[in-house]
Design a protein around this ligand. Sequence first.
Ligand SMILES: CC(C)(COP(=O)(O)OP(=O)(O)OC[C@H]1O[C@@H](n2cnc3c(N)ncnc32)[C@H](O)[C@@H]1OP(=O)(O)O)[C@@H](O)C(=O)NCCC(=O)NCCS
Length: 159
Amino acid sequence: MSAVPDAPLQNYRAEFAPMTANALDAVMAIEQAAYAYPWTRGNFADSLRAGYEGRLLRTSERLLGYYMAMKGVDEVHLLNITVAPDCQGQGLGACLLESLAAWSLAQGAQWLWLEVRASNEGAQRLYQRQGFRRVGLRKGYYPAGPGPREDAIVMSRPL
Ligand SMILES: CC(C)(COP(=O)(O)OP(=O)(O)OC[C@H]1O[C@@H](n2cnc3c(N)ncnc32)[C@H](O)[C@@H]1OP(=O)(O)O)[C@@H](O)C(=O)NCCC(=O)NCCS
């Protein structure tokens, strides 16, 4: 576990910690509150079993957010990043992305990749501020209720 030096987190006395199976009740509570189409508990458990990098941002009292990422050859693919709805808009998403970038660099990765819903403009703004650029489009990538599936924008940033 490591202390977090970033200014927005001082108010929270927050720390990063590895995501383990013990954390999945708290993770799922945030996941289900944050998305219309959340990951299942099985998605997280499978990711942990596969050795993906799951990281929590938490205080001694509660979970604030988390990410899950998969290392490839010279890139890391961000699979999920989520901040608890009542904690969004305070810089925690940016802190999670900075932590991911530092971990990815330490793994020897040269690129970060992610997909984001075309309608998720808030997340896209955050990714752009963090140096991501749009590099592609996956048509009909996400479920979207009874209507047509939603496109994913593919973004990447060099490390
Ligand atoms: C996307 C997500 C992870 C971003 O996390 P976040 O903690 O809200 O992100 P940040 O606070 O770092 O940045 C978001 C906004 O807060 C603003 N902000 C950052 N620090 C701030 C502060 N100290 N005070 C006020 N506003 C601040 C940013 O400028 C940004 O504003 P913008 O939307 O106008 O560009 C989060 O909103 C989330 O979990 N959303 C639901 C799930 C989701 O969409 N995940 C991404 C799927 S690809």
